[in-house]
Design a protein around this ligand. Sequence first.
Ligand code: SF4
Ligand code: SF4
Length: 92
Amino acid sequence: MRVLKRAHSGTENSIYTRTMAVLMKKIEDTPENMKLCMQGNCSSCPSYCGKKGEGLFCARGPSKEHVKKKGCNCPQCPVWINNGLSKMYYCT
Ligand code: SF4
Ligand code: SF4
């Protein structure tokens, strides 16, 4: 009985660990990811502030500009898809 309980708890721990790994996944701030971001994703987004050099908000954090939410292109972006992201509006 004790063995079963421990096994069950181990399974829960492993699911928890995997879930947290996905949730806490860090997107790399690389030139390749920035290029993908600027290939019609953030760069063509109606909410993009257009400030030179800004982008890849999912890795770098929010914009320094005031952003008005007018839609978000993240779900069509390869960085978003390939990294299993689920949020939107990383620039805000
Ligand atoms: S993070 Fe989303 S809302 Fe913000 S500029 Fe990029 S695509 Fe648009
Ligand atoms: S997921 Fe959004 S913020 Fe991140 S690179 Fe793609 S478009 Fe830019």
